[in-house]
Design a protein around this ligand. Structure first.
Ligand code: NG1
Length: 538
């Protein structure tokens, strides 16, 4: 089981990349960040934490409904060179960065300026009243606007609160230098890569990866990083952290979240090449969360309750039941049990092809284009307004006049089915005919794009256009990847046709016309599954 494997801590780059030869193209970048760390902080780094971005092949916006997804790590990543500083006795701590747990973080990219922050312990007077809760440590994270250091702080949060609960046990001050090659806001999950790398950097510098009595597993790091990332203000599912941590270069990763986190390597057809193309529309998930990402999380959760009620299932008043759990209860699955892919496929198809989802449409309305109002939604949920607010709105800010419950569930169920079909084609092949397999995988990707665009409304005109141009340029399938509303597309192109495909897209997609050379190569490139996160001990 991948989730039970330990977090790899390597001592050579050859181990990081599988062989000395494979490490060659990357060595200069790793050396540069180590040298630059020494120049800026006056000593060598003790560790370099690495976490990759990911491309999601199929299964969009269904991880937080607890359905399985199929991403793969890419070779673009975040590196954090880091070293602890000695914690001076209190009388010698003259500046903020001498305090226990103080962090000085710099970024090789000049756009991201140097930040210094000090975590406050619960007893400290500087913590705002409303933030004094069960946790031992507090870090001030701005959840209203996108700030680069928020992701560093998010990674630190869980490490502090999980590992430094005793009064005697204090975190060391740490210096960090970050460099990233995952384009930000592009749907390749630079955010999760930052959070995972940051979590690893703080664990390593505080000696928490060397503990003999408890070796941190990949599954535990996924759970910790998932909780950490939510601190930034986006109620994300666990796909990105799982892909960043558990990926393997030989295959894509089927990640299941229910009943527990589990990952399975899924080999891809040998002639399948996945090409990533950036729409050049930046998707700022934090600033748009209340109208986009977080709104979708709330819509799918409320829809799950309404559907459960209409199917006669019993759901506790304060339970935030997910769509996957509702499907399980409907099928007769008991707690902790997994009905398996065959039964899941059958149950999802039955629900989609029946009129059972009609309950989610607006009352007395023929079409469902308008969606339901907040008032109607509360009534449909069967909860009082007070309980509804507590369960569905107290932890998140959303902004909408109408809620599209029917369309969202149609997308989630059909997308979950497409993930199962995609895996089947990869695992079994279509009677050994690779061309036929590629065609089928491409169709599933195209259907996914249509569903994201029309039902989940997480595409945008540029993504629709870029996927269309990709199909015209020879892709057998093309879709947005990641949260959407901008960012990248992923296209499936048969091996041997990639160069012609890339050339054609470069010529036809409007926003690429002003780019040339390396800048153009940066926005469209072929990718293959990459390695998961690790720590390099220098
Ligand atoms: P990206 O593309 O990294 O923003 C987001 C979520 C995922 C998943 C996808 C949509 C985060 C960190 N990740 O991915 O969990 O829900 O959207 O499938 O928010």
């Amino acid at each position: 089981m991948i989730a039970n494997e330990p977090i790899p801590v390597y001592t050579t780059l050859a181990e990081v990349f599988g062989s000395a030869e494979a490490s060659l193209p990357y060595a200069a970048r790793w050396n540069d960040v180590a040298k630059e760390f020494e120049k800026r902080f006056g000593r060598k780094p003790s560790y370099i934490a690495r976490a990759p971005g990911r491309v999601n092949l199929i299964g969009e916006h269904i991880d937080y409904a607890l359905f399985g997804v199929l991403p793969a790590a890419v070779d673009r990543d975040i590196l954090i060179a880091c070293a602890p500083r000695t914690l001076l006795p209190s009388e010698h701590r003259t500046e903020a960065h001498h305090e226990p747990g103080a962090v000085v973080v710099e970024n090789l990219h000049p756009k991201y300026t140097r930040q210094i922050f000090v975590p406050a312990s619960k007893k400290s007077a500087s913590i705002p009243e409303e933030e004094v809760h069960a946790e031992a440590w507090f870090l001030d994270i701005n959840t209203k606007e996108l700030r680069w250091e928020s992701y560093v702080k998010a990674g630190y949060y869980g490490v502090l609160n999980q590992h430094f609960t005793g009064a005697e046990d204090l975190p060391v001050p740490v210096d960090l230098l970050v460099t990233g090659s995952v384009p930000a806001g592009s749907g390749l999950s630079s955010s999760a890569a930052m959070v995972v790398a940051s979590t690893l950097a703080f664990l390593a510098t505080n000696g928490k990866l060397d503990k003999k009595e408890h070796i941190l597993t990949k599954g535990e790091l996924v759970q910790l990083s998932m909780r950490n990332e939510k601190r930034v203000g986006v109620n994300s599912g666990g796909m990105d952290q799982a892909a960043s941590i558990m990926s393997d270069p030989s295959s894509a990763l089927q990640i299941n979240f229910y009943p527990t986190l589990a990952a399975l390597a899924v080999p891809l057809p040998t002639r399948a090449v996945f090409v990533i193309a950036n729409s050049l529309v930046v998707s700022d998930k934090v600033s748009s969360a209340k109208r986009c990402y977080n709104l979708r999380v709330v819509e799918t959760l409320v829809a799950a309750r309404i559907l459960a009620n209409s199917l006669g299932l019993t759901i506790g008043e304060k339970e935030k039941v997910t769509l996957r759990e509702v499907v399980g209860l409907y099928q007769g699955e008991t707690e902790g049990q997994d009905m398996g892919p065959v039964a899941l496929e059958k149950t999802l198809s039955e629900l989609l092809n029946s009129d059972k989802l009609d309950i989610l449409k607006a009352f007395g309305q023929q079409g469902c284009d308008l969606g339901v109002t907040m008032e109607a939604m509360i009534k449909m949920s069967g909860l009082s307004k007070a309980i509804f607010d507590e369960v569905y709105l107290s932890w998140v800010e959303i902004e909408a006049t109408h809620f599209q419950l029917y369309k969202r569930v149609k997308h989630v169920f059909s997308e979950a089915l497409r993930v199962l079909s995609f895996q089947n084609v990869c695992l079994q092949g279509l009677a050994g005919d690779e061309a036929e397999s590629l065609t089928r995988l491409g169709e599933l990707m195209n259907e996914s794009q249509e569903s994201c665009s029309q039902l989940f409304e997480c595409s945008c005109p540029e993504l629709d256009e870029l996927t269309r141009l990709a199909r015209e340029a020879g892709a057998v399938g093309s879709r947005l990847t990641g949260a959407g509303w901008g960012g990248c597309t992923v296209s499936l192109v048969p091996e041997g046709q990639v160069d012609a495909f890339v050339r054609k897209v470069k010529e036809t997609y409007g926003p690429y016309k002003s780019l040339e050379g390396q800048a153009l190569n940066e926005v469209i490139f072929a990718t293959k599954p990459g390695r998961g996160a690790c720590v390099y001990k220098l």
